[in-house]
Design a protein around this ligand. Structure first.
Ligand SMILES: [Zn+2]
Length: 228
């Protein structure tokens, strides 16, 4: 179906034997698909229309002949703002939340499993961390199931996917949450430190940045001071 006209081009007039033709070109958009995307204009998930822009030859301002396809663009159904098609490469807010939730589940399970025992202190901090990042929709039953069943192979990729959607301070919050969990039972093992380093590195943090966050947590009393 045809969408509304966009950016009409100027028309020209020619005359021959007292007959005046008014002709020109106009670009029109056709609706060729839709879906959900992150609207950068409104800063939230919205429905979009995928539009195909085509040039038309017009006679007396009426499009009469389709000319070449100029490309595709995306139009927000909420604010009507047009965007380049690559806007669809941006993850939606719900996709970002899912990626972060999955990464945190992996990290929580990896850290809790790293010392062969599960304490109530770890459970409490794990639920607190998940609730802090996810508004509390992760219950003890989910945690117990994850500890028992969740395969955390490929943790690097999962954390990297979440990290790509986070700001630098968001990435730091994830590392701090890992440190908090690793120290929940008053001891932080080398295995815990490995997981924390993997988490930071996978999100693109430099070793110096990760160490800086760890040192900050140390100074708050979370960690025993480490010299290496
Ligand atoms: Zn919008």
């Amino acid at each position: 179906m045809e969408g509304r006209s966009r950016r009409g081009r100027g028309s020209s007039t020619t005359s021959r034997s007292a007959v005046i033709f008014i002709w020109g070109w106009r670009t029109r958009g056709s609706h060729i698909g839709d879906g959900e995307f992150y609207c950068p204009n409104e800063g939230g998930d919205r429905r979009y229309r995928l539009m195909q822009a085509r040039r038309w030859f017009t006679l007396f301002w009426i499009p009469v002949l389709p000319l070449k396809v100029l490309g595709e663009y995306v139009e927000c159904t909420s604010c009507d703002e047009p965007f380049e098609r690559k806007v669809l490469d941006l993850p939606t807010t719900s996709q970002m939340a899912d990626a972060l939730r999955t990464a945190l589940r992996y990290l929580v399970v990896a850290i809790i499993r790293s010392d062969e025992k599960v304490t109530n202190a770890e459970r409490r901090v794990a639920l607190d961390v998940m609730g802090r990042f996810h508004h509390g929709d992760y219950a003890l039953i989910d945690l117990e199931r994850d500890i028992a069943e969740l395969e955390v192979d490929g943790i690097d990729e999962v954390v990297a996917r979440a990290g790509a959607t986070l700001s630098a301070s968001g990435q730091e919050r994830v590392v701090r949450a890992c440190v908090e969990l690793a120290t929940a039972d008053d001891e932080i093992s080398d295995a815990d430190l490995d997981i924390i380093a993997t988490a930071g590195r996978s999100m693109g943090m430099t070793p110096a940045h990760i160490k800086g966050v760890l040192d900050e947590e140390t100074s708050r009393g979370w960690l025993p001071p480490r010299t290496t």
